[in-house]
Write a protein that binds this ligand. Structure first.
Ligand SMILES: [Cu+2]
Length: 78
């Protein structure tokens, strides 16, 4: 079931920093620049990213069957 698995969330074209996992600072190994972050079922991860270009940026779960079942979207940056 899609909602009970860990999801490797990925954004195209930009890197980000992980600010919080369930309201707590991330562990040391997650404090660098990332393009993918694992999000466990029920977990909330706050990230921060800066776009230096306008356009449409895709985000999705990196598990193919999740992506094909709707875990993808677009960010429009004007
Ligand atoms: Cu997934």
């Amino acid at each position: 079931m899609l909602g009970h698995e860990t999801h490797p969330f990925h954004v195209h074209g930009v890197q980000f920093r992980i600010l919080e996992r369930d309201g707590q600072p991330p562990p040391d190994n997650e404090r660098g620049w990332k393009d993918t972050v694992a999000v466990a079922a029920g977990e909330k991860v706050k990230i921060e990213m800066t776009f230096t270009e306008t356009g449409t940026f895709m985000y999705h779960c990196h598990i193919l069957e999740h992506e094909e079942n709707g875990m993808m979207g677009q960010l429009k940056v004007d």
